[in-house]
Design a protein around this ligand. Structure first.
Ligand code: MG
Length: 160
């Protein structure tokens, strides 16, 4: 049996004015962005934690502390590239990625394919190995109230 690992990541960020909304490395036109030390890319942060977890590494905050000025307003795709570097060093390659965004607004349907293609490009794999779904929380809880966005990510990695 091939040596493989599963990783799971979760992240959430609060909406904030005067910030771009960046999800999966794509800027989404919307009146609010996400509050964060970095660009607040909730999906990429969940993906980073899933990859790190799969490889038995520590969480995203260990590698990119939110009190480090290096990562102030940082493009999270750079964080993801560094995480891919870390798992590559450990002898792993990404096999597939499956993500869910939980938000009431904005509607993600027009952007999902772009996000999938961007994530596939960042992970250097075919886009049919990447899945991104978006769903509402039926108006329940903080995502349902439109206070912010949550994201989950599951990955498998295999020996390179
Ligand atoms: Mg985050």
């Amino acid at each position: 049996m091939t040596d493989f690992r599963v990783g799971f990541g979760y992240d959430s960020h609060r909406f904030a004015p005067y910030r771009p909304l960046v999800i999966g490395g794509i800027v989404i036109p919307y009146e609010l962005g996400l509050a964060a030390h970095s660009d607040g890319d909730v999906l990429i942060h969940a993906v980073c934690d899933a990859l790190l977890g799969a490889a038995g590494l520590r969480d995203i905050g260990t590698y990119f502390p939110d009190n480090d000025p290096t990562w102030k307003n940082a493009d999270s795709t750079i964080l993801l590239a560094k995480v891919v570097g870390l798992i590559t060093e450990k002898g792993w390659k990404v096999n597939n990625l499956d993500c869910t965004l939980i938000l009431e607004k904005p509607k993600m349907k027009p952007h999902v394919e772009l996000i999938i293609n961007r994530l596939a490009e960042l992970l250097r794999m075919e886009s049919d190995r990447v899945a991104v779904k978006a769903k509402t929380n039926e108006k329940m809880g903080f995502t349902g109230a439109g206070e912010g966005i949550a994201a989950t990510a599951a990955v498998t990695i295999v020996r390179s």
